[in-house]
Design a binder for this molecule. Structure first.
Ligand code: SF4
Length: 321
């Protein structure tokens, strides 16, 4: 875990606090327990914050001739402008606080990230909306890793989200301090295999960007790098891509380890490819060999690879087959 705590915004009801319109909560065990042990949550309940109280009348997204509005179901009161202004202020606050991710409550007209019900004049609601708070947050912080608790039940989306949160943190920390082009070259070197596991083209493009980075103004380089990096990580790292990275890394060890060890490593990588063992198995073996040959030249390159250690082991994100 990095020295500085990682802050993640979260819909308050997911932590078990009774802030929902009906006085209940929507505690999510993975979010509240496992993730909560690795990050510092910044709980936000937009509806309570704009003064709606608990319990309160339910609200919903309504399609009107004035566009999409957030309205009180019983009284018809229009809360759109109030929520939008609040969301703008809150997003600025969260940015200043240095949040590196956000977990939203699904289906909520305020917090839902996707497929939120939008009511029209008649007929069943269309499930194609985004909560008004979530929309503003994502517009104002486009590189922020954002997910919903429902989608985090999916192991691949979960690993992807956590990886992006920790990557966002490293990038933010790096660019917040004084840096020179050479520092970015070193930083990027350590991130290479992680990017490669997500997106081969982005890996090549980032390499080119860093190589010609000296010709760019530092602000422009920083912006381009962060956009390209965070966009690359959104692509899910498949078993095929992980296998490529693992084989690539094993290549660096080929003249250093005995032929039996080489065969064992290749075998374990192949077992991972075939879905027989989880990713943690070849990674652990690779780390063992890297540790055993610490300081040797080709191994030095592997030692600094974030891919071998991208997020806390306690989350066990690489332990599934
Ligand atoms: S979904 Fe959002 S607005 Fe609704 S109770 Fe949870 S935190 Fe509050």
């Amino acid at each position: 875990v990095p020295a500085e705590a990682i802050r993640v915004g979260v819909s308050t009801c997911l932590l078990g606090q009774r802030v929902r319109y009906d006085g209940g909560h929507k505690r999510d065990d993975f979010v509240a327990d496992a993730l909560g042990r690795c990050v510092d949550f910044v709980p936000v309940c937009p509806e309570v914050d704009i003064g709606l109280g608990v319990p309160r009348d339910p609200i919903r997204l309504q399609k009107t001739k004035d566009g999409l509005r957030l309205v009180n179901v019983k009284t018809g009161a229009d809360l759109t402008d109030k929520m939008r202004a609040y969301a703008r202020r809150k997003a600025a606050q969260l940015r200043a606080l240095g949040v590196d991710g956000y977990v939203l409550k699904k289906d909520s007209p305020s917090c839902g990230m996707e497929r939120v019900k939008v009511h029209g004049a008649g007929g069943p609601p269309a499930k194609n909306g985004r909560g008004l708070f979530a929309r503003t947050l994502m517009e104002d912080m486009p590189l922020l890793p954002v997910e919903e608790e429902g989608r985090l039940q999916d192991a691949r989306l979960r690993e992807n989200f956590v990886e992006r949160v920790f990557a966002h943190h490293r990038l933010r920390r790096f660019f917040a301090g004084p840096w020179r082009h050479g520092d970015l070259v070193r930083f990027h070197t350590g991130e290479k295999f992680l990017v490669l596991a997500h997106d081969t083209e982005a890996y090549a493009a980032l390499g080119r960007l860093v190589a010609r980075g000296k010709a760019l103004a530092p602000g422009e380089l920083a912006e381009k790098y962060q956009i390209a990096y965070m966009t690359a990580l959104k692509k899910i790292a498949t078993a095929q891509r992980h296998t490529n990275v693992l084989q690539h890394m094993a290549g660096y060890l080929k003249n250093m380890i005995a032929s039996g060890d080489k065969q064992e490593l290749a075998g374990v990588i192949d077992e991972y490819r075939r879905g027989l063992v989880p990713l943690v198995v070849p990674i652990t073996l690779l780390r063992h060999h890297v540790r055993a040959h610490r300081g040797a030249r080709p191994v030095a390159y592997l030692e600094g690879q974030r891919y071998l250690d991208p997020h806390p082991k306690e989350l066990m994100l690489r332990n599934r087959v």
